[in-house]
Design a binder for this molecule. Structure first.
Ligand code: ADP
Ligand code: MG
Length: 673
């Protein structure tokens, strides 16, 4: 439940609607109790054939009697108190007098009430029995209509509050998730995040709409009935409440079970999302390798698990209704028996235990039963929402767990400002290993020392998996090194503001990531305020323009989901243009031209030669070509997470066997190309 409290700040902005809905809920509750009380005159008129006027006059004379009796008692006590001298006796007499006085007061209040009814209500009630009955029914109908209208208003108001609240939570959650670091998000996985944002949010919304609606209204309804019942006969009513603690205990138990089961079902649902996501993401592979059967099987298995988990919930959920009904019936029975005894035997007490002030009549008892039955209906409704509430509480747990997860990469408390013009970029003794659950992976980077002067263009070469991407990914702080640090002008990256840092970096990653938008907008993503002319210039530098010119819509062509409507090379060129448009001080090209044909690649490298002037650039590649050599002034060689050596092409060709291997095939391939 604790996480439900955390929803309050999200409800707060729509508090006015909520309070208004409470008002309507209270009205509904009052009318509910009031409607049931109408049983009283109905029984009076229909069964006992007594007109309301005669009933009221009878009550008035009874009250008058009471008042006179109590007045006499008080007078007698007064006389005794004046006569008696011993102090102890006086004290007890004073107490007795006070009791009589309060009885007198209540009796006179009752008297006043009945007199009010006689003067203001009775004149409007017809004398004829049937007419009275018809009038009561009409009143009943009218009250019901008002009650339903109030319910309608309440539901609409609450619905609004819930939707606004969920919207607030969703937005906040998205903001928090966006502030998380890359590694944390990667380890959570897209499907888990997606299921939290969709399925769990929906579950939470379901629970919240009940919270605002039924969970407020139904207890109020029950309370209004109990209050009236207490007023009628508190002893019998209290008798019926002995089952409340038992019910609370039972529900506490059921609730715990339900919440656990809900957690499991939501986890299971997120695994179904995972199967779906993986399948749809890898459609090409699934189709080519005829993996449909395999995926169907996995889908089936996950669904089976979900079915089992859901059945668990269904069972516990289904249990609540009969349990409440049984407890309710027990409560009614336990009051019905003594109540009937009082009426049928015409006595106010059983075994000497006083259960009523005066002998009750059938009409009073009927109202009491109607009211107690009126408690059962809201309680049953509550028990039916109980399961949903527990489920949404589990959903709230999962959502807030996500919201609470802390980012491994965050702004420092006291940040240092980077100088406008950078002088050096240094990897100092950097070590890093990817978190991989409990098993320990070999470190992806070990004792990497690399110092780059601003304006240098460095090629980072090495075999697949040698740690090239890992190394440059430290620069925009996708993650932080475990040992050592990355320093810009001797300021550790962890001491700079993320905005400041990332604003200076342009990245083209290995996998090109485009958004489902136009080519223009995809390039403009590099710098929001870039003009169309600037975008076109960047596009020219990245050789986007030649293929865009052939598209009927030009730059306004939509690239499809993840750029699916373009070829791999075209996507890379757009990604490159995006980084160029950013006009960064540090440019990172992680195999940025791997999918581009060698002729265009050479052309791009040529244009980059002018672009990188005055910037620091890291060019990661596994194929060292002449155009790369023209572009860079130093080459760093990586192997198994270590930086082996750094130098010029000629030096490395002489001294470094790994570099020789990397360069040779290219040298051989050249003449053939
Ligand atoms: P490359 O030089 O080809 O760019 P990487 O830097 O991508 O190599 O990878 C270096 C090592 O780190 C590889 O052995 C790879 O298996 C591992 N690795 C890369 N990314 C992850 C990741 N997200 N989680 C775990 N291990 C990773
Ligand atoms: Mg790589």
């Amino acid at each position: 439940m604790s996480n439900f409290n955390r929803i309050l700040p999200f409800v707060w902005p729509s508090r006015h609607r909520l309070f208004l809905s409470f008002f309507f809920a209270a009205l509904v509750a009052l009318l509910w109790g009031g409607n049931l009380t109408i049983v009283f005159p109905i029984v009076k008129v229909l069964m006992q054939r007594q007109s309301l006027r005669s009933y009221v006059t009878e009550q008035i004379s009874l009250c008058q009697n009471d008042v006179q009796n109590y007045q006499r008692d008080v007078r007698q006590f007064n006389q005794k108190i004046e006569r008696t001298v011993p102090e102890a006796e006086t004290v007890s007499l004073l107490g007795l007098r006070a009791r009589s006085e309060s009885k007198l007061m209540r009796a006179s209040q009752r008297l006043a009430g009945w007199r009010w009814v006689l003067v203001f209500v009775i004149p409007h009630v017809p004398e004829d029995h049937f007419d009275t009955f018809a009038l009561i029914l009409a009143l009943f109908l009218g009250m019901t209509v008002i009650k339903l209208l109030c319910m309608l208003a309440e539901e609409v108001l609450v619905g609004g509050v819930v939707q606004l609240t969920i919207m607030g939570i969703r937005k906040k959650c998205f903001r928090q998730v966006l502030a998380l670091d890359y590694q944390t998000l990667l380890s959570r996985g897209t499907s888990d995040l997606m299921s939290r944002f969709t399925y769990d949010m929906e579950t939470l919304a379901n629970g919240l709409s009940l919270m605002g609606g039924k969970v407020v209204r139904e207890p109020l309804k029950a309370f209004s009935c109990i209050a009236i019942a207490l007023w009628l006969n508190w002893r019998l009513t209290l008798l019926s409440l002995v089952f409340v603690p038992l019910a609370l205990l039972v529900f506490h138990r059921i609730g715990r079970k339900l919440k656990k089961a809900s957690h499991r079902s939501m986890e299971s649902m997120s695994r179904i999302y995972k199967v779906l996501e993986e399948t749809f993401d890898a459609l090409k592979v699934v189709i080519a390798f005829e993996g449909g059967r395999r995926h169907r099987l996995r889908h089936h298995q996950e669904n089976k698990v979900y079915f089992e988990k859901s059945m668990n919930i269904v069972f516990i959920d289904a249990l609540t209704s009969p349990v409440t009904e049984l407890l309710g019936m027990l409560a009614v029975t336990i009051t019905m028996l003594p109540g009937a005894y009082l009426v049928l035997r015409d006595t106010p007490s059983i075994w000497g235990i006083r259960l009523a002030e005066v002998p009750m009549d059938a009409a009073e008892l009927s109202v009491l039963y109607a009211l107690l039955a009126g408690v059962i209906d809201p309680v049953r409704k509550l028990s039916s929402v109980f399961g949903k509430l527990k489920r949404s509480s589990a959903a709230a747990d999962r959502i807030f767990e996500l919201m609470d997860s802390a980012s491994l990469v965050h702004d420092p408390r006291q940040s240092k400002t980077l100088p406008r013009e950078l002088k050096t970029i240094e990897f100092r003794n950097v070590g890093f290993s990817y978190a991989a659950g409990r098993s320990t992976r070999p470190p992806a980077l070990r004792e990497v020392n690399l110092k780059v002067a601003a304006g240098d263009v460095i090629a980072v070469v090495g075999e697949n998996g040698s740690g090239k991407s890992t190394l440059v990914n430290l620069l925009p702080r996708y993650y932080d090194p475990e040992q050592g640090g990355v320093l810009l002008d001797d300021i550790d990256l962890r001491e700079c503001r993320l905005r400041d840092l990332r604003g200076r970096i342009g990245v083209v990653t290995q996998e090109t990531l485009l958004f489902d938008d136009t080519i223009l907008e995809n390039i403009r993503y590099g710098r929001r305020d870039a003009s169309a002319a600037e975008v076109v210039r960047a596009a020219e530098q990245a050789h986007v323009t030649p293929f865009v010119a052939q598209l009927p819509d030009g730059f306004e062509t939509r690239v499809g989901e993840k750029g699916a409507c373009l070829s791999g090379g075209q996507r890379q060129r757009i990604a490159l243009a995006r980084a160029i448009l950013r006009d960064p001080q540090i440019l990172i090209l992680d195999e940025a031209t791997s999918a581009i044909d060698s002729q265009s690649e050479a052309l791009i490298h040529k244009t980059l030669e002018t672009f990188v002037r005055g910037r620091t650039a890291f060019l990661i590649t596994h194929s060292v070509t002449q155009s790369v050599l023209n572009l860079v002034n130093r080459i760093a060689v990586m192997d198994h997470g270590k930086l082996i050596t750094i130098g010029s092409h000629e030096e490395l060709l002489r001294t470094c066997p790994i570099y020789q291997r990397l360069y040779q095939p290219q040298a051989e391939a050249r003449p053939a190309a």
